[in-house]
Design a protein around this ligand. Structure first.
Ligand SMILES: C[S@@+](CC[C@H](N)C(=O)[O-])C[C@H]1O[C@@H](n2cnc3c(N)ncnc32)[C@H](O)[C@@H]1O
Length: 277
């Protein structure tokens, strides 16, 4: 007689091959339940279809596919985001942009903001949720990413105007000006991409920053004067070793602005903060 497969038996079958937390997240997604319920009821039986689906996903996870794409979600800041391989998986490093943006917003009651290269919409949706009086725009050149962002905005009832197009061009065309700009644009040097695990599954359009990784930021700085109000704050995520190069670019573009490089808790360069004067 075939042995009944249970939560406990399928999780032990992958122990050693998959981190426990990830295996539980995968099984939770298959059974549409949470981790606590799995741990509380290891005797819960699985149907053959559920066991087969878990086995197939576990194989893909073991082969390197990122967990968020397999379960279709990723936590960012204070909520969960729907993700697909059309968007970058939101990273905790980008939460620094949220914190900085919210700190600026406290001083600026009448706020119009844009998230350039919104991907899953993580930055725009979190900011719209925390700043209900702000007008929030988000752009992306990838129509498929905007579909994902739309779904996330709807899920949280966030009022975000999503605009397809190149960087700030959609705002410039409509004559929209902002006093806060956040952007986590692609910043990996093209030559580094083939050696990086991230490039196996995440969209190249979300990663490739051209020869030195700073192409998108360079172009954004050219467009920014046409879309930013006097006194605007710009917050640009950068790579861990790009601080000096990005600061030089920004100082050349905005000689009169106050500019600094923000570091994360590990001491790595993480963002450029520009206060336009
Ligand atoms: C690094 S991902 C960041 C996504 C999201 N903001 C986040 O932090 O998770 C960069 C995003 O910029 C978009 N992008 C790339 N080139 C662009 C361009 N020229 N104009 C607008 N968006 C662009 C990509 O499609 C991608 O969604």
């Amino acid at each position: 007689m075939a042995k009944t497969l249970t939560v406990g038996t399928v999780l032990s079958a992958v122990r050693g091959r998959l981190p426990g937390f990830e295996a539980q997240a995968l099984l939770g997604a298959v059974l549409q339940t949470d981790r606590a319920a799995l741990l509380a009821h290891p005797e819960r039986p699985l149907t053959p279809e559920q066991a087969e689906r878990f086995g197939a996903l576990a194989e893909r996870l073991a082969a390197g596919e990122p967990l968020p794409y397999l379960i279709g979600r990723q936590a960012f800041y204070d909520r969960d985001f729907f993700v697909t391989p059309d968007v970058l998986i939101p990273r905790p490093e980008s939460e620094l942009l949220v914190e900085e943006a919210l700190a600026f917003a406290r001083l600026q009651p009448n706020l119009t903001l844009v998230d350039v290269g919104t991907g899953s919409g993580a930055l725009a949706v979190v900011l719209a949720a925390h700043l209900p009086a702000a007008r929030v725009y988000a752009t992306d050149i990838s129509p498929a990413a905007l579909v994902v962002a739309q779904r996330n905005a709807e899920r949280y009832g966030a009022r975000v105007t999503l605009l397809p197009g190149d960087l700030l061009q959609p705002l410039i065309e409509r004559g929209i000006k902002v006093n806060l700009l956040v952007a986590n644009l692609p910043y990996i040097a093209a030559g580094d991409l083939p050696g990086l695990a991230v490039s196996r599954y995440e969209p190249r359009l979300a990663l490739d920053g051209g020869p030195d990784g700073l192409d998108l930021i360079r172009r954004l700085l050219l467009q920014a004067p046409a879309a930013c109000l006097p006194g605007a704050r710009l917050l640009l995520e950068i790579g861990a070793d790009q601080g000096a190069a990005a600061l030089a670019l920004v100082r050349a573009a905005f000689p009169a602005a106050v500019v600094d490089c923000l570091r994360d808790l590990a001491g790595y360069d993480r963002a450029i903060r520009i206060s336009r004067v």
